[in-house]
Design a protein around this ligand. Structure first.
Ligand SMILES: [Zn+2]
Length: 185
């Protein structure tokens, strides 16, 4: 297979995944099943030390959906040319780590329903399936909100300016935002 054919195939896969995300289906189910989640890795990233989307020695990056990882990397390269540094505070997370974050949020917000506006269940989280990234700091997140659709990347929640997923075909408009993570199921 020629390099051009491989590239074309990769683009076709990326586009179809974006299509399924935009249609609100569950593209992560098969992938999540394939990811080894019980090996003790959590994917935790220190809030004070966000990591580069090119840091694929970190499981938070290594276990991302490859199409998402590539999209974030190309956005990060273009952002860098604009003098904006795109770094991640979260990428892939283990189901156990997601469950812990939800328990912490229930403690913090006082109820499961309040917590669910900010933190998904292990079953529902797009981080656990490797299909979401959180961007460090306000200005880089705003850059990605403005330019992300060129890469298929969209802010999906009105109350989370930092959380992005592949949610549109690159170069087309992002779908309307959901109010919060509790609407994603
Ligand atoms: Zn997130």
């Amino acid at each position: 297979m020629s390099l051009a054919a491989i590239a074309a195939a990769a683009i076709a896969i990326g586009v179809s995944m974006s299509f399924f995300n935009a249609a609100g289906q569950l593209p992560g189910v098969d992938r999540a099943d394939a990811v080894p989640v019980d090996d003790g890795e959590t994917g935790e990233i220190s809030l004070t030390e966000p990591i580069s989307p090119f840091d694929d020695a970190h499981v938070a990056v290594a276990r991302l959906d490859p199409a998402l990882r590539e999209a974030v990397q190309s956005a990060a390269s273009d952002a860098a040319a604009d003098g904006v540094e795109l770094l991640l505070t979260s990428g892939w997370r283990s189901a156990d780590y997601q469950a812990m974050l939800l328990r912490d949020a229930v403690d913090e917000y006082g109820s499961e329903s309040a917590a669910r506006e900010f933190v998904s269940t292990p079953e529902g989280s797009r981080h656990v399936s490797g299909e979401a990234v959180d961007i460090a700091r306000v200005d880089p997140a705003l850059w990605l909100e403005q330019y992300g659709s060129a890469y298929g990347l969209c802010r999906v929640y009105a109350n989370e300016s930092w959380h992005f997923e592949l949610a549109t075909t690159p170069g087309t408009e992002c779908p309307p935002m959901l109010a919060d993570a509790s609407e994603a199921g």
